[in-house]
Design a protein around this ligand. Sequence first.
Ligand code: PHE
Length: 344
Amino acid sequence: MKATLEALGLEIEQTLGGCTSEEELEQVRVTFLGRKGRLTEVMRGVGALPPAERPIIGELVNAIKRRVDERIESLRTEWQSAARAHALATERIDVTLPGRRSLQGHQHPLTTTLEEVTAIFVGLGFAVHDGPHIEDERHNFEALNIPADHPARDMHDTFFVDRRHVLRTHTSPVQIRVMEQTEPPVAAIAPGAVYRHDDDVTHSPMFHQIEGFLVDRGVTFADLKGVLGLFVQRMFGPETRVRFRPSFFPFTEPSAEIDISCVICGGDRFVDGQPCRVCKSTGWLEILGSGMIHPAVFAAVGYDPEKFSGFAFGVGIERVAMLKYGINDIRLFFQNDLRFLRQF
Ligand code: PHE
């Protein structure tokens, strides 16, 4: 009996020695020490032994049982701490590494400029209006005193949608739409995209304008000068000077182009002794077209030119943004290069 037990003890030790996982250890425990385990069977047989042998064999069985339990337990802890050490070594997080920053977007510089210009005119009491980008010829040209054979149509490099419709070449058709629906007095602006077949460093086939106009009794060129002078100073700073140059638009008479003192050289024409490249050493930058609304336009919308007068203007948003931020290529606005956009 004793010899059998010792052999069994040895067998268990060997089996344990071959174990490589906790599952195998458990298997060994069940096989030998479980309810139907081989060592348990032997235990059951102890009662049938002569009384003198019982304590000796019982003691022996218990000793084997204890040894096996201890061995299993120590293997288990050994493996667990090895696994833990391995995990600590390989799954280490370097808390000194900088975290991943989530990128925050912001407004496009053109949107910012458009909103800024809009806010200035809204502050002066102008209402904001919108119009279709696909315009009929009447609103884009005829009602603006540009008949079909008028040479002024050449200035517009028009995209035709069909024989009677164009992509609007300016925001001036919104003047017509608003006047058709409103009796004077009226003061409105119309910001939005316009389209011309033109593409170089200062021209884009799609760009943005803000149209503005005001009609009432007794409106004069002095009102135009006052409003646009204020706009320019709010937009470019109080030191900015304005200059009115005679010009031509079919829908205004008289017409004027407005220049501001150069934002780079301040009108000095030279920067560090070098001719200013932004204003080409003229000291002035053209910024918008304007004039007193032509009687023919009033006739087209049913306003009485004997009773009412008004002024109108059109500002190029890209141009304002380029001057304000010192950008020298209009195409940068539309390429969506983040290296450019992030600078704003
Ligand atoms: N519509 C003109 C253009 O696009 C600008 C303008 C608007 C001029 C209103 C005078 C009055 O060139």
